[in-house]
Write a protein of this length. Structure first.
Length: 407
């Protein structure tokens, strides 16, 4: 049976975009820097191009090759969760992981799998316990990143299993990746810099507005999001390839209303469909789902996962993603007729603070409404919606409608 394979030329362009553009906040790596390359077995063809790109840029590649059926903490996924007790689930090699953060300047993670449903049926409480156990690693990375000493990016490598879940042939699945990441262009990095400039212009306009709150209204949403004090909108930083979204970490205590999400959510090896959330005083007070409701309910019970850590909008004029990809990395950047908005339940992005991050302590973050959690789960809607900004002077303005920013 003949199956589609992206050419080495395409994979090298992809690697160059990740290493020579996305890292360094859109400037690429510098000579002498250490780049942690986390590549699953199912994405092995892109490993050599990544190593070569790092070497060409005079960096030091540190390879973490993850066998199929093994998670990034080097535990056998299904076998582990089926047989491990709570103490074993909570164990992670803390010194090793913290040493990784200390040694590396940049992290590249490739998303790929030959089994999208490897953890289907596993007790979701076990999955949440594991997620909480590795929170320290995320916090260590965030601390170094917020100090300006670490950057990261994500890429997607398509497999037959992933294409099947998206309802596409492998060739068509890769066509979405290639078109969206400009790998069909002679100089993809140049294309990304053009897009980054357009995102930057919109982001700057938003950051000149003194937005107090946002409303999102449509057939399947009626939501109020309090933006909070000293906030700045983010986007176009090279984190994630692709990334067309423009987002902010709002005041987690000021969300009200309800939303029905149009897109399914793949999380912890499971598919959750038909998610509906209701908020009151910043907290989720009702969770419904047509499929795997227990998983999303258990996730919301994790500390901080019942509040919003991110609010995001994607302009349909930027994104070339035209089909559901069954991977959040692409789905949260979907364009199409209506663009998309999404929220993330869980951790905030502290770099959404418009000030010196180093001077804000724990109590300061709490007062500002930045959310803390071991999870950060994006949930997406591509339905039509209108977003209105309400300003501190009492006026208002529609900033997003029919899938596009209107500012």
């Amino acid at each position: 049976m003949i199956t589609y394979k992206p050419s080495q030329k395409i994979l090298k362009k992809y690697a160059d975009v990740l290493i020579k553009y996305a890292l360094g906040s859109g400037t690429g790596i510098k000579p002498g820097e250490v780049i942690f390359l986390q590549v699953p077995e199912s994405a092995k063809p892109i490993l050599s191009p990544l190593i070569l790109s790092v070497l060409e840029a005079k960096g030091h590649p540190l390879v973490h090759f993850v066998p199929e059926g093994t998670d990034r903490w080097m535990s056998a996924d299904r076998l582990f969760f089926e047989n491990a007790n709570s103490d074993q689930i909570k164990y992670v090699p803390k010194n090793s992981l913290l040493g990784r953060v200390k040694d590396c300047d940049h992290f590249v993670s490739i998303i790929a799998t030959n089994n999208k449903k490897d953890l289907q049926g596993i007790d979701s409480k076990k999955l949440m316990l594991r997620q909480t156990a590795v929170k320290f690693y995320k916090e260590a990375r965030d601390k170094k990143e917020n100090a300006g000493k670490l950057t990261w990016t994500l890429g997607l490598y398509g497999t037959p299993a992933m294409a099947k879940e998206a309802g596409l042939s492998l060739k068509d699945y890769w066509a979405q990746i290639i078109n969206t990441c400009y790998l069909n262009k002679e100089n993809p990095i140049s294309e990304w810099k053009k897009v980054s400039k357009m995102v930057e212009d919109l982001k700057n306009k938003l950051n000149t507005m003194k937005i107090k709150s946002l409303t999102v209204k449509g057939k399947n949403v009626d939501l109020i999001v309090g933006v909070g004090e000293k906030r700045k909108w983010l986007g176009g930083s090279g984190r994630n390839i692709p990334s067309f979204e423009i987002f902010v970490s709002p005041d987690a205590g000021k969300t009200e209303g309800w939303v029905k999400f149009s897109e399914p959510l793949y999380i912890y090896g499971n598919l959750v469909e038909g998610i509906e959330l209701k908020f009151k005083n910043g907290k989720v007070i009702s969770v419904k789902a047509k499929k795997n409701e227990k998983l999303i309910c258990d996730m919301v019970k994790v500390e901080g996962a019942n509040r919003i850590g991110e609010f995001s909008l994607t302009d349909s004029r930027f994104s070339k993603i035209t089909h559901f990809m069954a991977e959040t990395l692409f789905d949260e950047n979907m364009g199409g007729r209506n663009g998309n908005f999404h929220i993330a339940l869980g951790a905030s992005y502290k770099d959404s603070y418009d000030g010196d991050i180093a001077k804000v302590g724990k109590k300061g973050w709490e007062k500002l409404g930045f959310n803390e959690s071991a999870v950060h789960t994006d949930i997406i809607s591509t339905d039509d919606k209108t977003v209105t900004a309400y300003f501190k002077d009492g006026t208002s303005k529609v900033i997003y409608a029919k899938g596009k920013f209107t500012i």
